[in-house]
Write a protein that binds this ligand. Structure first.
Ligand code: ATP
Ligand code: MG
Length: 557
């Protein structure tokens, strides 16, 4: 992964820390919870953390924040590593699990009890919430707050030994129930959860809360800058409180930045999981999903995603980025590396009445910057398919494609003139008849005759039929998220987000390989799906060719 082009406010803080001699090296981490697949928001965090480590010649850690056994699974651990590798974020030997620190975290909890800074509380979750107070009113102290150190040590030992049921007791920090920051009002450090952990199995039945595990894991690993999203800003006093009150080997600094939001999609793992579980999409890697695996399957490249993250930048204020920018980055990357091919998505048959019986082959359209890229021959036959939208019986003024009596160029092949329109019983255009000019073969221009329109085509008899999956946004609205979290975001699902059609491509499509981008001229960038069979290739449209981002940027939208 290359160094970022623009240095942001986080770099300024790191520079200041280094100048002040607080650290001699820079260590960052990406700390996913293995409870779902990574999405494009995570990619931003990965690019940021990995980019910083690279820029300062420091270290980048991948640490699984696996403190909640009820939602975590090994398959998520695997998919997350696959996604990071694919993105180009190399963690070397620095793969860690918060669960590896359970013993140390437990010892530090005992340390807090000994110092009179933690206590075992018998209040239920609801009671703790009710005692917590509000932003304007102080909380109430737990009746269990003044247990003796001995009693707390004994109860915590018995919690660990499995003597109590889920939720019967928790360990809480003893800070200040009147603190203006709610996170400081005696927060829960440990809860009882009789659940099998994906790595520690049944060894534990008490698990540390995120806040207690996170900063201490940073400290254990020698993380210098613990970069997280803005919603943790209010947790920073607690993060620092633990570091100050525990004998940790190292003092990390938490820095917050704005999370990435994208139009026309949702980004919370919980909501993505609902889309998967309720069958609104076809799995985590459905090409409509904002997940890394979905984008990869859709035909996104690591380069395009990294470029996107770079352009989005790092800010202190939350905002929402247009999906069009993501598409722009993909288009820009594929432009240079996707070989050109021809495919017809909505076929209209044309019989070229004066064409010989045997096929002729022509050089197909190549990449404009590199004619050798994707070089091959394309067969032209008496019967061809053109795009239905490239013909109009009564063309308006600016329509320069095929019409009765009109001549167009078949891309890289020859000129044809439409002579007849054949209709079916319902009056629908069933087929066209045309003649070709033999002098125009192979793209030459007889008597310098210019034609205004050039259209793509495939042979109707020598082609590769395939399934084309054409996508629109997954949601119809720019901001489908429901703030109230009542599930109403599902009302905004786009019923037309996937359209599956049978299309026809030139024979060279037989050589397509999964994951390798191609441009179907005038129709977009496509990629062969991993689930394709020889009988039925499946191509996803990664992105159309029209650049709505440039238009938006110009109009200042
Ligand atoms: P979600 O809210 O989607 O469930 P999460 O924050 O719970 O995500 P984690 O696995 O805890 O998921 O996230 C790992 C890291 O990725 C965290 O440091 C988190 O701040 C960061 N992250 C998550 N979502 C975004 C986002 N939209 N933009 C930038 N960073 C993000
Ligand atoms: Mg999280």
């Amino acid at each position: 992964m290359a160094e970022p082009r623009a240095k942001n406010f986080i770099y300024e803080q790191i520079d200041a820390d280094l100048a002040a001699g607080r650290h001699s090296t820079v260590v960052t981490r990406f700390p996913p919870e293995p409870n779902g697949y990574l999405h494009i928001g995570h990619a931003k965090s990965i690019c940021l953390n990995h980019g910083i480590a690279a820029a300062y010649n420091g270290r980048f850690h991948l640490r699984f924040d696996d403190t909640n056994p009820s939602k975590e699974e090994t398959r998520y651990v695997d998919s997350i590593q696959e996604d990071l590798r694919w993105l180009g974020a190399d963690w070397g030997d620095n793969l860690f699990f918060a669960s590896d620190y359970f013993e140390q975290l437990h010892d530090w909890a005992v340390h807090l009890i000994r110092e009179g800074r933690a206590f075992v509380c018998d209040l239920s979750g609801d009671e703790i919430r009710a005692h917590r107070g509000t932003l304007t009113t102080p909380g109430r102290e737990s009746p269990f707050r003044d247990r003796t150190v001995e009693e707390n040590l004994d109860l915590f030992r018995r919690m660990r030994a499995g003597e109590f049921g889920n939720g019967e007791k928790v360990l809480r920090a003893r800070i200040d129930m009147a603190h203006p920051n709610l996170n400081m009002r005696d927060p829960v450090l440990y809860r009882i959860l009789h659940a099998k952990h994906h790595r520690t199995g049944d060894a534990w039945c008490i698990y540390p809360m995120y806040d207690f595990a996170h900063g201490q894991s940073d400290a254990i690993e020698g993380i210098t800058h613990s970069i997280c999203t803005l919603e943790f800003e209010d947790h920073r006093p607690l993060y620092d409180w633990f570091i100050e009150n525990l004998p940790v080997p190292h003092r990390p600094r938490q820095i917050e930045f704005a999370r990435l939001n994208l139009t026309h999609t949702v980004m919370s793992k919980r909501k993505l999981l609902r889309l998967v579980n309720e069958g609104h999409v076809d799995g985590w890697d459905d090409p409509r999903m904002p997940t890394i695996s979905g984008l990869r399957r859709r035909g996104y490249t690591p380069e395009a995603i990294r470029e996107f993250c770079e352009r989005v930048g790092v800010a202190k204020r939350n905002n929402t980025i247009s999906l069009a920018l993501l598409e722009f980055c993909l288009r820009q990357d594929l432009e240079g590396c996707a070989p050109r091919r021809m495919a017809v998505l909505d076929p209209l048959k044309v019989l070229i009445t004066n064409f010989p019986d045997a096929a002729e082959t022509y050089k197909g359209p190549n990449h404009p910057a590199d004619p050798a890229m994707g070089d091959r021959k394309v067969p032209l036959t008496r019967e061809i398919y053109i795009e239905r939208e490239d013909f109009m019986e009564e063309p308006p003024k600016k329509f320069f494609r095929l019409a009765p009596g009109r001549e167009v160029r078949l891309r890289y092949a020859c000129y044809i003139t439409c002579t007849d329109v054949v209709k079916d019983a319902d009056g629908r255009i069933a087929e066209l008849r045309a003649t070709f000019d033999p002098e125009s073969r192979g793209g030459s221009t007889p008597d310098n005759r210019k034609v205004k329109g050039t259209i793509h085509w495939v042979s109707a008899t020598e082609n590769v039929p395939f399934e084309a999956r054409l996508y629109e946004t997954l949601f119809t609205t720019e901001d489908p998220d429901d703030v109230t979290d009542d599930g109403s975001f599902l009302d905004n699902l786009n019923p037309d987000s996937l359209r599956t059609i049978t299309a026809y491509g030139e024979p060279a499509l037989r050589d397509a390989r999964p994951g390798e981008p191609v441009q179907f001229e005038r129709k977009g960038y496509f990629v062969l799906d991993v689930d394709s069979t020889v009988e039925r290739p499946v191509f996803h449209r990664s992105v159309t060719l029209r650049d709505s981002w440039a238009k938006q940027a110009k109009s200042g939208a």
